[in-house]
Design a protein around this ligand. Structure first.
Ligand code: CMC
Length: 391
């Protein structure tokens, strides 16, 4: 007999089973509550509700711990490649050499995007926000992949393999096209060479200029690899939950992911990385008075929030922010860039962390606070940052 809690209501006692997670965290399983007691629960914003049991990611917001399949995020970010981590998240174990090679080859095989999709890219105005472009193009893939599977979780692992490699092959192509369109570069295609790693291929698809070889810069490869690992999974956040809700009605793979991309766009979620960099720039242009903006963030009459600060779950320093902060320092130093926005970021962080408003509310820098500094150093414009998160 497992653990249980009791609900005393209206003279009756109802048993509520307690489910214990992989790290001994406990949850009340209320799935039979209405049937047995006629009661439902109200949890505004799902602050206290899980929609499924999952063995993929563990996070403890109070202690600032994040683990994928039992591995700490710090260890994965320092030792693994993004493709290994993707494999780990999806299949539960790190791949051996052969498994990784097969996974990579299968992704490359599935990276073809119909040429007609380029016509859609061309039809967007130059100023179109790349997140809107990405979500539309992802949705459009449904039309070009009529055999696209529904996200039916009763499918076997074998049946889900093809959609997985399809998504991992095609989405980077769309992202590269959105970036190239924005920069006025011709829409070239993936080199499809097996000599390039997954991340190198993305960089080449994005940055290669017509009639010029693209020389890989190991600093950029390394930092993009890290960023992709840090953004790879985060339990049932807004966008992941959206994909799951849309997919739960067995809508198609690309339709479900397109909905998730739209959810990610919001400035309180993935869109925060763009908002953060724009905030740093605004502070710089306004004379660099960081205290003025800290005061604005504290002022309840002022709608301004310190973007990149605070988190729905982390009530401690976001472990991803720590790694990204170090990476931002290191990339600027290695590339010899002296970016004043990094100083503004550090100053804001320093002031906020000793200010009772932020301390009492447990508001710390989140994953988006320093990531824009890195994307900027890589030559990526700010409205592409959330697209990189989507990647
Ligand atoms: N600046 C100023 N005050 C804040 C901030 C902030 N960034 N974040 C929260 N607060 C205050 C908020 O006003 C409230 O104060 P009070 O108790 O006096 O009413 C208190 O802190 C709790 O805030 P909340 O909105 O109830 O907290 P939440 O857990 O619902 O919201 C959040 C989390 C991420 C939406 C919020 O912290 C925020 O808007 N942050 C800025 C946007 C941001 O950086 N988003 C990226 C999140 S991480 C990347 C991702 O996963 O997508």
């Amino acid at each position: 007999m497992g653990k249980k809690a009791e609900l005393h209501y209206d003279g009756e006692v109802f048993d509520i089973p307690v489910v214990t997670g992989a790290e001994n965290e406990n949850a009340l399983d209320i799935s039979k509550l209405r049937e047995e007691s006629g009661l439902i629960t109200l949890d505004r914003g799902f602050k206290n509700t899980g929609s499924t049991a999952s063995a993929i990611t563990f996070l403890n917001g109070e202690q600032g711990i994040l683990r994928y399949r039992g591995y700490s995020i710090e260890e994965l970010a320092s030792k693994a490649t993004f493709l290994e981590v993707a494999y780990l998240l999806i299949f539960g174990e790190l791949p051996n050499k052969e498994e990784l090679e097969k996974f990579h080859n299968d992704i490359i095989e599935q990276s073809f995007v119909n040429d007609d999709v380029k016509k859609i890219v061309d039809a967007f105005p130059g100023a179109a926000h790349p997140m809107g472009v990405l979500s539309s193009l992802t949705s459009a893939l449904t039309a070009f992949n009529p055999d696209d599977v529904s996200l039916d979780y009763t499918r076997s692992k074998e049946e889900m393999y093809n959609p997985i490699v399809k998504v991992m092959g095609k989405i980077p192509v769309l992202i590269a096209w959105a970036f190239r369109k924005k920069n006025g570069f011709p829409l070239e295609y993936s080199s499809k060479t097996k000599n390039l790693s997954y991340v190198e291929n993305i960089l080449q698809m994005m940055f290669k200029r017509p009639n010029k070889d693209y020389i890989q810069n190991p600093v950029l490869v390394n930092v993009l690899n890290k960023l992709l690992i840090l953004h790879a999974d985060h339990e049932q956040n807004c966008s992941t939950s959206t994909v799951r809700i849309v997919g739960s009605a067995h809508a198609g793979l690309f339709a479900s992911i397109s909905a998730g991309i739209s959810a990610l766009w919001g400035p309180l979620h993935g869109g925060a990385n763009q908002a953060v960099l724009e905030m740093f720039n605004a502070i710089k242009e306004d004379g660099g008075d960081t205290q003025k903006y800290i005061n604005k963030a504290k002022d309840k009459e002022d709608p301004f929030r310190l973007m990149g600060f605070g988190h729905r779950v982390y009530k401690n320093y976001d472990p991803r922010a720590k790694i990204i902060k170090e990476a931002a320092h290191s990339i600027l130093e290695t590339l010899g860039i002296d970016d004043p926005v990094l100083d503004i970021a550090k100053e804001l962080e320093k002031q906020a962390l000793k200010d009772s408003y932020f301390v009492e509310r447990k508001l710390y820098p989140n994953v988006d606070f320093y990531s824009g500094v890195i994307y900027r150093a890589m030559g990526i414009p700010s409205d592409m940052y959330t697209v990189m998160f989507a990647l």
